[in-house]
Structures are given as C-alpha cells and as structure tokens.
Write a protein that binds this ligand. Structure first.
Ligand code: F6R
Length: 683
C-alpha cells in the first residue's frame, strides 16, 4: 500500500518531477487517498501535496508552473495513520524544511518515538507515523553533521565505526561506501573516479550532507520497529536520494546518467528494463551515476539484478476506457502466457522455476494454500483439481488467519502461497510462519522479484502482465492456471498420472484461452443485465463444487466495484439459512455445472427452482446446450462447454463483466474503488 517513486538526474536535466509523476501514475493503484512530491534543486526543496487522486496533485502543480529539479521523490497514499488530508500526505518535512521523506509501511513504535521527540521540542503537524521518522532522521542528521569534519576529506565521520566513517581513513570509508557503484556501464564513472576517490557519483555540492544523511538513515533503521521503505532528499544534497527498506518493497531502476526508485518496477519500466532489488534491512544511496547498497551494518552488498520484463505499454489503458475492461479482455493471453513453455523435448511437464527437488515433492503428505481475497478463491478452485489429480489433502487458508490457529505444518507439508502483487503482508507473514515450521513454500506470484517470490523456496510465475485495476481479474484466471500446472506437475512427479493423461489435461487447458475469448465476445448480454440491476441493493451468488469459489469471487467483485452488498454461498447451504434472504425480486446469480456431471447439475437446478419459487430473479451461467436451465432462469449467460475443473476459468468472466458494468452504470471508478489499494502491505 502506498506507492513510492524517486528519481535522480543529471544536473541540467530538470526532468525529475515529470519522471516521478509518471511513476506515481503507474503506482496509483497502490493507494489514492492523497499524493505529494518533493523536488530538489540547487537552492532548495519544493514540496507540493494534495488530497485525493493524483489528478488533484497534477492540477496543483500546474498552478505553480515549472518546478525544475535534479532529484525528486513522490508518494501516493493509502491512509493508515490519520485521515486523508494535506497535512497527513507525504512527503513529510523536517521543521526547517530542508529534509523531505516519503514512507511506505507502518512504524509500530511511532507513539513512543513521538513522545520522545515531543519532549525534545519537535512539533508535529500530522497524525502520521511517517512524521516521526522525518523528525528522527533530522535529529540524527544534525548530530552527524556536527561531528568533527576530517580535514582533507570534507566528510564527517564517527570514530570506531568504519562504515560510518571517522577520521581521514574512515572518511575514505564513507566515500568508498558511497562509491560502491554497480557497474551498470554508465558513462559518468570514469570522470568521477578521476576527480576523486571520495566523490564518485556524489555531486561535490551534495557530498557532506549525503554522507551524513546516509549515516543518519542507517542509525535510525535500528530505532524503527515495523515495516518501511523510506526515501529521503535534502536541500543540501540535491543530487542524491537516500533510501532504506525493511519488509516493504523497493526496486531501483538503472538508467543512463539517471537512476530511478520505485515500490515496484512499473514505476520506471518506461525508462529502463535494468533494475536491482534492495534487500531486507538494506539502504541505498542513489545518484545520477551510481547506486550504492549497504546492509544495516554498513557493509556493501551485492544486490540482485533483475530484468524488468513488463513493457511499460502493458501498463497503459491502450485505448480501453478503463484498466478493468482491458484486463478482463487480456485473460486469454494471461492464461496462454502462463501455460507457455512448460514441456520439455520428451513431453514432460517441467517447471524451471521450481527449485524444490522431486524427491522432496514425493514426500509431501499435505498441501496448504495460503492467500487472501481473490487469490484465496483461486486457491479454493485449485484444491478441487489438486486433490483429484494428486490424492494429497489440500487445505486452503486465509493467510491472515493461518498462523494464529497454530496450524499443523511439518517438513512434509507443501505450502503454496498465491499472490498477484507478491507483497501482501498477511501472506508474507504466513510464509515466514510456515518456513519456521520446516515446510517448503512455493509462491505463485505475478510480480517477479517481489518479496513473496524472494522469501519462498520456489516460484511459479503467473504471466498475466501488470494488473493495474485494483480489483483482480486476469491475475485470478492466471493463478488458477498456474496452480493447475503445479497440480499436474506434482501428479507427474509422484506418479499419480501417466504422461499421456497429463498431456490430455494440458491439451484441454490449452483450449481454454480461445473459450475465454468466446465468453468475452458474448459480453453484451451480461452488460445489459447489469445495467438493469444498477439500483439493486443486494445480489446473492450461488455455486456448487468449483462453482462455489467462483460464486464468492463474483460477490467480491460486485462488493468492491459497485459497493453493493453481495454474498456468495454454496448452493447446498441455501436451505440451511441463507434462503431466508430471498424475497420478491431478489437478484440471484447461479453458476451451473456442466450437465455432463448430472448429479451436480440436477442439484443446482433444484436450487435455482427453490429460490425462484420464493420470488428471486434468477440470472444463470450455464453451458451452451444446457436446456434444463431455461425453465427456471430469468436470464441465461451462456459459456462454451469445458471440463468441470476448467469451468471456473470461463464462468468467472461474465461475473467480472457484470460487476464492472454495474459499477460503471452507477458512475463509479472501476479502476480505483473507494477505500482499497492494490497491494495490501500492512497486516
Ligand atoms: C480483489 C483483490 C484482492 C486481492 C488480495 C490479495 O479483487 O484484488 O482481494 O486478491 O488483496 O492480493 P495479492 O494477490 O496481491 O496477494
């Protein structure tokens, strides 16, 4: 939650503000309660903030005219501490206005620190935990700047701590730390190196403050409890951004004579594909030509480089009115890309990313799928397939509940963590708990390099491309696809299925993208029904077997997009209570299984009749040729026939279109529904 962007450019480039605003537009899905930027130029910092969506900030900036700068940081907020207001918006500044800071995460000891800083004379203007950090950093920076300055180096230092500098030798240590550039063939290095060992990358005018700020940032990291990505700029170091991270994401993009920072690589994907991940408890000093990464002890680290594989244009609307519509329509590709290149020359399913040895997978006696929201519904669908194919018991658990019930997890448990963002804190905490118990964790994620992919034993990527609309659509169908591949792989490795059987399952799965395309092409009927129901106060969704999690996903989409009360029930549960909700005109959407599973099909048709007999308006999703539903359905949305286990990949699509259209008919913002954020990086 919250999007963070930073940029450092050449002295005369003056494009930092634009780069940061572009990045914030791409990260706005992470939060949109308020937004702000700090732009640093020789001569001072300019901080501009505004409540509401990014468009408001842009309008504010337009009123101010040009804001040239060599570096900038920006933030788009999802409120945790304090209401959305200008005061609570980031960047937060020190009392003298010289230091500005943006933050993603939660500082758990903010109250104690606030009391201490207040006793020290610091006055607070916001309710946020972030303002605590900026004052703490400012106080520590003053201490660092006051330390005796080594004569010939112009860099302050602290005796006895080589990473912080101290005396001439330690000052050299500081500068060398700051010189731990990544050799990303940027032009400026040789000139800078020739000028002085002590100043490569750091513009001379920024050096003393940059060095002190780095030391101060490192010191405060030990005082902060909780999660954070922090980016700081100072008016006396206009060519530098100092960053730190613990359990919140930070990726640095490597440009030519400029560098970028972002909560994820989308922030700068339009400028560069080369990036590095900043690890847990690390800090980074970023200049136009150098990126120096240090651990919390001040030792240089070798950051992991990554190739950003999202093309920036996949993160634009590309002619669609909304990201939501674009992403619903991208599902055939998301499924096909997730399926692609999974077979070796002999026709065996191979999962290159799955770094868990086959002999370990053969010992697995239980699987636990952990996830939240839509990803958890994908897990519930996967359970039916994996249990059927592999004969392994599969539990599906909401990640935030998992560790609190003291789950039975052993070395023989395979935990599958599903997450689009790869940054969901509830899921991260559940993964840590599972690994502490000795379980192996496979992450099914859509974001390469994300925290969940790094903290798991193995990764299976969904190739849905960036999902920008806050409500998940293409990630859901890609997650089901990926977990099916995992299930078939396990069945192969454990010998539950013969290779020709697996091939048959895969062949039928390969037919699904074209069928999804077909469902999408029939969308107008769904849209018409949605528009007619724009005034409805509640919708009930019913499903059985794999249709049950689909019903819950349909209800979730409607809640979050259209702010309508919606509930998904197992159709068989109806008579145990929920049927009392049915009254005249109550819309009920029912996911009907294929008539080729008559025992299931018959029961769901009876359930439709039961609600209809009590006055419900029934909207039914049924296979082509299923005539039995005609007599009990007010409206039928048809989908092409598919194997039972694959039917959710088709049946969910009309439900997505329904929610999107109904919300649009109500005049709501389907890409950024109220109160939500795309990555839920707080517990
Ligand atoms: C709903 C939705 C959320 C996410 C959930 C998990 O449309 O998007 O329910 O599915 O917050 O997020 P990830 O998959 O990023 O872990």
């Amino acid at each position: 939650m919250c999007g963070i962007v930073g940029h450092v450019g050449a002295k005369d480039s003056d494009r930092s503000l634009q780069v940061v605003l572009d990045g914030l537009s791409r990260l706005e899905y992470r939060g949109y309660d308020s937004a702000g930027v700090a732009v640093g130029a020789t001569g001072g910092l300019n901080v501009v903030k505004s409540v509401g969506k990014l468009a408001n900030l842009k309008a504010e900036l337009e009123k101010l005219g040009e804001l040239p700068g060599r570096c900038a940081i920006g933030h788009t907020r999802w409120a945790t501490h304090g209401i959305p207001s200008v005061e609570n918006a980031h960047p937060h500044t020190s009392l003298d206005g010289a230091l500005a800071l943006v933050h993603n995460g939660i500082i758990e000891n903010a109250t104690a620190l606030r009391q201490e800083l207040t006793r020290d004379g610091f006055e607070f203007v916001s309710d946020t935990d972030t303002e605590v950090v900026v004052h703490l950093l400012a106080r520590t920076l003053v201490e660092e700047l006051r330390r005796p300055m080594p004569e010939d180096e112009g860099v302050t230092g602290v005796a006895g701590d080589p990473s912080l500098g101290g005396g001439a030798e330690d000052a050299a240590g500081v500068a060398q730390d700051l010189d731990r550039n990544l050799d990303h063939d940027q032009a400026a290095t040789s000139d800078a190196k020739n000028n002085s060992l002590l100043t490569p990358g750091i513009p001379a005018d920024s050096l003393p403050t940059a060095a002190a700020l780095t030391r101060a940032m490192r010191r405060i990291m030990s005082e902060l409890h909780g999660t954070f990505t922090l980016l700081a700029v100072h008016e006396d170091a206009p060519g530098v951004v100092v960053a730190a991270r613990r359990s919140s994401p930070l990726v640095i993009g490597l440009g030519e004579g400029e560098n970028f920072l972002g909560s994820d690589a989308l922030a700068f994907a339009q400028y560069t594909r080369r990036a590095i991940e900043v690890g847990q408890d690390e800090l980074a000093v970023v200049t136009p030509t150098h990126v120096t990464v240090l651990d919390i002890h001040g030792n240089r680290t070798e950051p992991k480089t990554l190739e950003v594989d999202f093309s920036a244009d996949r993160a634009t609307k590309d002619g669609w009115p909304t990201f939501m519509e674009k992403e619903i329509n991208e599902q055939p590709r998301a499924i096909a890309d997730t399926l692609a290149n999974r077979l070796d020359a002999e026709g065996f399913l191979t999962l290159d990313e799955l770094r868990i040895p086959a002999e370990v997978l053969r010992t697995v006696d239980k699987m636990v799928i952990i996830a939240c929201g839509t990803a958890a519904y994908a897990g519930q669908v996967a359970r039916y397939a994996i249990e059927h194919w592999c004969r392994i018991p599969v539990e599906v658990e909401l990640a935030h509940e998992f560790r609190y019930r003291d789950p039975v997890v052993t070395e023989k448990t395979l935990v599958v963590a599903i997450s689009q963002s790869g940054e969901t804190m509830d899921t991260i905490m559940a993964i840590r708990h599972a690994r502490e118990q000795g379980a192996k964790v496979v992450a099914v994620v859509n974001t390469p390099g994300s925290t969940i992919s790094r903290e798991s034993d193995a990764v299976l990527l969904t190739h849905a491309g960036p999902e920008i609309a806050v409500a998940s659509t293409k990630a859901f169908t890609a997650q089901i696809t990926a977990t099916y591949i995992l299930g078939l792989y396990l069945a192969q490795v454990r010998g539950n299925k013969f290779i020709d059987e697996i091939q048959d399952y895969l062949d039928k799965l390969a037919e699904i993208p074209a069928k999804v395309e077909d469902v999408i092409s029939r969308g107008e009927g769904v849209r018409q029904a949605a528009r007619m129901l724009a005034d409805t106060a509640s919708v009930i969704f019913l499903g059985r077997h794999v249709g049950f999690p689909v019903a819950m996903e349909g209800a979730l989409k409607l809640k979050e997009l259209a702010y309508i009360h919606a509930e998904g029930f197992a159709a068989g549960e109806l008579k145990h209570g929920p049927i009392a909700l049915i009254e005249d005109g109550q819309p009920v959407i029912i996911v009907v299984p294929t008539p080729r599973r008559p025992e299931l099909h018959r029961k769901v048709v009876s359930n439709i009749q039961e609600v209809r007999a009590r006055g419900a308006r029934t909207l039914v999703i049924a296979e082509d040729g299923d005539e039995a539903v005609n007599e009990c359905a007010d409206v039928v949305f048809r989908v092409p026939p598919a194997p039972t286990l694959y039917a959710p990949l088709l049946a969910v699509v009309p439900l997505q279109i329904f929610a999107c259209e109904l919300a649009t008919a109500k005049g709501l913002d389907v890409d950024q529904p109220r109160n939500l954020a795309k990555s839920v990086t707080v517990e």
